[in-house]
Ligand binder design. Structure first.
Ligand SMILES: [Zn+2]
Length: 231
């Protein structure tokens, strides 16, 4: 009887904790981006301001890349042509045509970033291992960061790890929305994220501050719930 009572007390305590728990990063990110129809989400996200660059900005931006990246540039070949054709529709959808330069380079780690707002840096390990739509999703995520620059700068300034995680999830939302608008399966973005994690795990990479990134479980949960909203 006493054991039964203790069990009931424990259960009710657990339930109360769950009911009153503060919303986590997944809920907060969904509150920010996950309202309205696909068209409304497109309008609200794509109308966020971002800095526009042009061809004259590429050269100094590339010159300021770390030497190890700069020296490994891949400037011809089948992989480059494949990546160019995958990223073109993503760049066009986000109105970045002629505002961003692709920089493919050799690296055993899976890397993608937009450097100084105008150079899309992608490693061959990433491009090689991901399927076309998965890579398109990762590129859209990186381009998504341009829409959330103000939040990122503010979060960095205050060392706000939760806000940094929310930005990451918001960029995942941009990626899934992009895939949906291009007629691909939005779930491919999460498959791409899992691919990146696996490549880096195999190679023993630990170059990121994990406090600023949602766990793969949080990203899966966010993707699942966001895709339902896109359906
Ligand atoms: Zn990111």
């Amino acid at each position: 009887m006493t054991r039964k009572l203790a069990l009931i007390t424990l259960l009710s305590l657990l339930l109360t904790r769950t009911a009153t728990a503060a919303p986590g990063v997944v809920d907060l990110a969904l509150q920010d981006v996950g309202t309205g129809s696909v068209a409304e989400m497109k309008r609200s996200i794509f109308s966020l301001p971002f800095t526009v660059y042009d061809a004259k900005d590429y050269r100094p931006a590339i010159a300021s890349l770390p030497q190890s990246i700069r020296e490994g540039r891949i400037s011809e070949g089948q992989l480059l042509r494949r990546v160019e054709s995958i990223i073109r529709p993503v760049i066009e959808l986000h109105h970045h045509t002629d505002k961003i330069e692709l920089f493919l380079y050799r690296d055993e780690f899976a890397r993608a970033m937009v450097w100084l707002g105008c150079v899309l840096v992608i490693s061959d390990a990433l491009a090689d291992r991901l399927h076309d739509d998965e890579l398109a999703g990762i590129v859209a995520h990186e381009m998504g960061h341009a829409y959330f620059m103000i939040e990122t700068i503010k979060a960095r300034k205050h060392g706000d790890h939760q806000a940094m995680k929310i930005v990451e999830l918001e960029c995942d939302a941009v990626a899934m929305l992009t895939l949906k608008l291009l007629g691909h399966d939005p779930a491919d973005h999460f498959r791409g994220l899992r691919g990146v994690t696996n490549i880096d795990r195999t190679n023993g990479s630990n170059r990121i501050d994990s406090r600023d990134y949602p766990s793969i479980g949080e990203r899966a949960q966010f993707a699942q719930r966001f895709i339902k909203l896109l359906a």
